[in-house]
Ligand binder design. Structure first.
Ligand SMILES: NC(=O)c1ccc[n+]([C@@H]2O[C@H](COP(=O)([O-])OP(=O)(O)OC[C@H]3O[C@@H](n4cnc5c(N)ncnc54)[C@H](O)[C@@H]3O)[C@@H](O)[C@H]2O)c1
Ligand SMILES: [Zn+2]
Length: 366
């Protein structure tokens, strides 16, 4: 088991990563001081629940914990306020009071939704995350929880740090291959924004990582969480530095939305976004040629690096202008300065963005 300590003052917490950790959950909960008297509500989705929910619950009840069980439908559409209200109702009926806590077993959807339930239920109770997707290594650090609004993704939410994260990498073996690749996109992102050594390590480990070798995958998750934790601990509420975590996401979110949610996975859209934004940095003269190396690494993980969907510049630019990250009407991008370093850049000309999009489609450099 590897452990990373996320340092954010009184709200610091450990992230444990390793194979077979679900079986150690009762002990790990005791380590953070949760006694068997604390009533627990295990929240999961129907797919993850069917695979792992019963075992986790049984282990805990065998060790004398009282655990309620709440299942939500799998998928992004569960991240909505009306479902949160139903879930709160289930908690109230189950007698969960202020001394209770939530266990969030699943991917980022369960983490965001159950985390927001924990943030708001009885004005806030603690929660522990049990991530089961690779992408959830991203959502397990930073404390962002929330739901979508019909007018925009993640529009309603809070900052609520988990008390602990327990990442059992054995669960990743049942993830569809496309979801695994998608998760690696965010791992690669964490390497690219902060740590050239981590990038080289990923380049060497791709094959082991793709077959989910427990040692390598635990190391990758540890390193990815470490980068995010370091950035977040310097800027918990996203006033400055934290924005570099949006690398690949300005173009990525535009692609994801314009293609229609579900046609590209989030990681696929971010992979394309990272290549596109690297091209944008090159076109703006902000960094030496890096986009080819970035594309090679992403492609080795099975991620797309050429835009083949028929989306116009206008559609994409319009989406980018509507992005939450637009400040004072200016498009702001997190752009690479080289491998391992990203800076915030604003006020870019639209013509440069068009040139980068053209290259992302496989067109000539400008
Ligand atoms: N809070 C944050 O900082 C943050 C960061 C990144 C992403 N997110 C959010 O995370 C969400 C995406 O997360 P995700 O990609 O984990 O999606 P997800 O939670 O929807 O999981 C993807 C699918 O895989 C299934 N699944 C999960 N684990 C499985 C396993 N081990 N075996 C088999 N199937 C499994 C799920 O049931 C689901 O159908 C988005 O809503 C995004 O906004 C949040
Ligand atoms: Zn992302």
């Amino acid at each position: 088991m590897k452990t990373l300590h996320v340092q954010i003052g009184k709200r610091s917490y450990p992230i444990h990563i390793g194979s077979g950790l679900h079986g150690r959950l009762p002990d790990l909960l005791r380590e953070i001081g949760w006694s068997r008297r604390r009533p627990l509500m295990l929240v999961t989705d129907d797919q993850v629940g069917a695979l792992y929910g019963k075992d986790v619950k049984r282990d805990l009840t065998d060790h004398g914990f009282q655990v309620g069980y709440l299942t939500i439908p799998a998928g992004e559409s569960s991240k909505r306020l009306s479902l949160l209200e139903e879930m709160a109702g289930d908690c109230i009926r189950a007698g969960l009071d202020r001394t209770g806590a939530i266990l969030a077993l699943g991917g980022g959807v369960v983490g965001d939704l159950a985390g927001f339930l924990a943030a708001s239920y009885m004005r806030g109770i603690p929660f522990v995350q049990l991530p089961t997707t690779l992408l959830a290594h991203d959502s397990s650090v930073g404390g962002k929880v929330g739901v979508n609004h019909p007018l925009g993704k993640n529009m309603i939410g809070a900052f609520h740090q988990p008390s602990m994260v327990v990442f059992d990498v054995e669960t990743l073996h049942t993830l569809p291959e496309r979801e695994v690749a998608s998760g690696y996109a965010e791992v690669v992102k964490h390497a690219l924004i902060r740590d050239v050594g981590f990038v080289r390590w990923l380049e060497r480990q791709v094959e082991d990582l793709k077959r989910l070798d427990p040692e390598s995958v635990s190391e990758a998750i540890w390193k990815g969480c470490a980068v995010k934790a370091e950035v977040v601990s310097q800027d918990e509420k996203e006033s400055g530095l934290r924005a570099i975590l949006n690398y690949g996401h300005t173009i990525g979110h535009a692609l994801e939305a314009a293609a229609g949610y579900g046609s590209l996975t989030h990681g696929e859209a971010v992979a394309l976004g990272m290549v596109g934004e690297a091209m944008l940095a090159e076109e703006s003269g902000l960094c030496p040629p890096v986009s080819e190396r970035i594309a090679r690494l992403l492609s080795a993980f099975g991620l797309p690096t050429r835009l083949t969907l028929e989306l116009t510049d206008e559609e994409l630019l319009e989406r980018m202008r509507r992005d939450k990250k637009v400040r004072k009407g200016k498009l702001t991008f997190a752009l690479p300065r080289g491998i391992g370093r990203v800076d915030m850049v604003d006020g870019l000309e639209e013509s440069v963005i068009r040139r980068a999009l053209n290259r992302l489609r496989g067109g000539e450099a400008g």
